[in-house]
Design a protein around this ligand. Structure first.
Ligand code: NAP
Ligand code: G3P
Length: 479
């Protein structure tokens, strides 16, 4: 499934939109239309939300075991369809085929773990007399109950994994879902829903609405029928969404500018391995990509030389050849990345390697002696460009890290665990990796962005919690 017009999914049916309009999806490296998705109408959004509420009312009474039985089938279908889904992901977002397959299998694992986590999430009971003057005949039973209809909005770069990472916890928690994929990712999202539809889920429980965020995004976000929003995407979009959303629980996973902090005592071989993978996998189109290196001046020359040697070995080219550095998602993104490179060089950065472009393909670029007046020191490239910022102390590395508007993750490379914790305790990020690349996985770990990188927490257990609320029942027993 790639070529042809694809339908949206509502109340258990695949339908063409009444709008009569479709959106052509063009491959970022084939440079040809690979399929079309529906541009749904606001009336169809209303219908999807209405069906979701009707389905959720029944789903809330379905046992965890039965909920899980449907999702196990979904996971099995994804694994069964992994080759065809991986091909769609590759063609649609330019992800290397092997990485695309890993994304699908990782998603099935995610779903299975979510089922188990939900089945083992228990509530608690509380005694009245544990509070001064309280009676022991009062017992509170605290349970978690679903919020209702969850709006799941996902980004282009993990069009299956980051969508299921919202849908699976929502369903296991007893919610219904309205799913709005990234437009450049909607074919992959549609394929994922095809797998879900084969699981025989009750109709109306998951509804796929395709359409540009700029057209229907605000309408869905502001819709009074939405009870919770789980959003993953850019910081600008997330901030806009937070302003338009009504009073509903909101989880935002946004952009990042993760630093790789290399202390003078670091194991440079390991640091280089982690930085190369962290910065250039999928052309750096990962929120958790290492997007700047803060290196102690004493080891900077050696690190830069080692990085250059490894960068020049990177496979650059088509995702069909499983290249590490592939064409970026669109021309606008490639223009932005090239602009950052040009700006830095014009302001005095040293080009170590790269600064070469073929259409959307930006060759991996290493810039040394980057300073704070250069855009690349602060902007999120979402592309294969790595700025080297030289520092003279841990304190300077902490200060520069914290000056960023972002706060997703950070990596610290050092042999001194005490120094690592000293730095980790001072930097304002969601997660710190010690002697490892910045990354979201494994998916059961809490995943959080602070400052401009997000609000709320993901990670399987936390996602389930965020899509539920406490419900307290107090027993007043006879004295
Ligand atoms: P994006 O342009 O912000 O789009 C994200 C999603 O928001 C898409 O589904 C988009 O739909 C939708 N959207 C756009 N305008 C909207 C509106 N007014 N209301 C509601 N939804 C709207 O991000 P992207 O380019 O897909 O992904 C790249 C960005 O996401 C990067 O900044 C990256 O760091 C971030 N990201 C963060 C994480 C994380 O876990 N922290 C993970 C992955 C990516 P359309 O596609 O139709 O515009
Ligand atoms: O940008 C997607 C984000 O979730 C990164 O995932 O596993 O590549 O760190 P990962």
């Amino acid at each position: 499934m790639t070529s042809g017009v694809h339908k949206f999914y509502i109340n258990g049916e695949w339908k063409n939109s009444e709008s009569g309009h479709t959106i052509a999806i063009k491959s970022p490296y084939l440079h040809q239309v690979i399929g079309e998705v529906q541009a749904v109408t606001k009336a169809e959004v209303d219908e999807a939300i209405q069906y979701a509420h009707e389905a959720q009312a029944k789903w809330a009474d379905v046992s965890l075991q039965e909920r899980g039985s449907y999702l196990y089938k979904w996971a099995d279908e994804l694994v069964h369809m992994q080759d065809e889904i991986a091909e769609v992901i590759m063609k649609e977002v330019g992800k290397a085929y092997n990485d695309a397959k890993k994304e699908v299998v990782r998603t099935a694992d995610f779903i299975r773990y979510t089922i188990e986590e939900a089945e083992h999430t228990q509530g608690e009971s509380m005694r009245g007399d544990s509070f001064p003057g309280g009676s022991k005949s009062k017992i509170a039973i605290v349970e978690r109950v679903p919020l209702g209809v969850v709006l799941a909005i996902s980004p282009f770069n993990y069009p299956v994994n980051l969508s299921a990472a919202k849908i699976a916890p929502a369903l296991m928690a007893g919610n219904a879902v309205v799913f709005k994929p990234a437009t450049q990712g909607a074919l992959s999202g549609t394929k994922m829903i095809e797998a879900l539809s084969k699981a025989g889920l009750p109709k109306g429980l998951v509804n796929l609405v395709t359409g540009k965020g700029s057209d229907i995004g605000d309408y869905i976000v502001e819709h009074k029928g939405i009870n919770m929003i789980s959003f993953t995407g850019g910081t600008e979009t997330g901030n806009h969404l937070a302003k338009t959303a009504t009073k509903v629980p909101l989880v935002l996973e946004l952009g990042g500018k993760d630093p790789g902090i290399v202390r003078e005592d670091a194991d440079l071989d390991e640091a280089v391995k982690q930085i190369i993978s962290g910065a250039f996998s999928y052309s750096g189109q990962r929120c958790t990509a290492i997007k700047r290196v803060l290196v102690h001046e004493k080891v900077a020359d050696e690190l830069v030389s080692m990085l250059k040697e490894e960068i020049d070995k990177l496979a650059v080219g088509s995702p069909e050849d499983n290249s590490t550095v592939v064409p970026l998602i669109d021309t606008k993104s490639a223009d932005f990345v090239q602009g950052l490179i040009t700006d830095a060089i014009e302001k005095g950065a040293t080009l170590i390697t790269g600064n070469k472009r073929e259409e959307n393909l930006i060759y991996p670029t290493l810039l040394d002696h980057v300073t704070g007046d250069m855009q690349v020191a602060w902007e999120e490239p979402f592309g294969p460009v790595l700025p080297i910022i030289r520092v003279t102390s841990d304190e300077e590395a902490v200060s520069i890290t914290n000056e960023s508007e972002y706060g997703l993750q950070a990596s610290i490379f050092t042999k001194d665990i005490n120094k690592a914790f000293a730095i980790a305790n001072k930097i304002e990020v969601g997660s710190v990796q010690i002697n490892g690349r910045t990354e979201r996985g494994p998916d059961h770990f809490p995943f959080i962005g602070v400052k401009g990188s997000g609000m709320g927490v993901q990670g399987i257990k936390k996602s389930i919690e965020s899509m539920t609320r406490e419900k307290i029942t107090v027993l007043n027993l006879a004295e």
